[in-house]
Design a protein around this ligand. Sequence first.
Ligand SMILES: [Ca+2]
Ligand SMILES: [Ca+2]
Ligand SMILES: [Ca+2]
Ligand SMILES: [Ca+2]
Length: 265
Amino acid sequence: MQSGPSETRHLRAYWQGRISRALVAIMFAAATAPAIADDAHVVGRSKYFAPKAVIAPTIDGIAKESAWNQAEWQDLKHRWLGPEYTNDDFQGRYKIVWSESKIYVLAEIVDDTLIDTHRDPLTQYWDDDCLEIFIDEDFSGGDHQFNHNAFAYHVSLDNQTIDIGTNEQAQYYSRHVESRWQQQGNKVIWELAIEIYTDEYVDGSDENTAATLSAGKLMGLMIAYCDNDGSELRENFIGSESVPEGPKDRGWIDAGLFGALELKE
Ligand SMILES: [Ca+2]
Ligand SMILES: [Ca+2]
Ligand SMILES: [Ca+2]
Ligand SMILES: [Ca+2]
């Protein structure tokens, strides 16, 4: 069926409308947050601007330092695994600040049952309650399962940090992450100071040196919580980034899921 002049006018108006709406959307997006668009990352990554801490926070599970007031909260709201949960079962959010030697994470977690059933920190550490901090020093994206292109630090309730090394086995990285939490009301207030290592990190070497951070640096970042309240396996896995397709729990392999963290002066 051929289209008549009136339908052609309609079509032209339709496309002009769509194009101008798209242009407005692009301009609005550019004004609010730079779009993260590159082949190495999944579309829709968030961008977080971390302010520099004039005085670095003390890692003691008490968020009274003025540095924290400078930073914005970001929610842990994307349910990667498990059934829907209530506000009593889990709520989480975090903030980031930085110094030249570290990034600092403040996480505020509501969790009705705190549990650490696997007492060996290297056994099923993701099936105990734990905070996961995913860091890609150069925002390269890409695979990081058995290399140090990025790190997936699993921080346990006893403040140990575990990830998989280049030998494909779970390793301690507790020296990279200072971690303390305390309960306040129904919340766990968790503070962490994290040294940043590049993809040249070598397991077991004494020669590794942490990166020096500066304003304008762009890094990959994602934060998640594994919630277990008494089951054999974790009940929920909730993260800071959306996973629009593919396995939702693949952040430990795929740094392309991480959001962008920009260090601001
Ligand atoms: Ca503190
Ligand atoms: Ca819970
Ligand atoms: Ca990298
Ligand atoms: Ca729990």
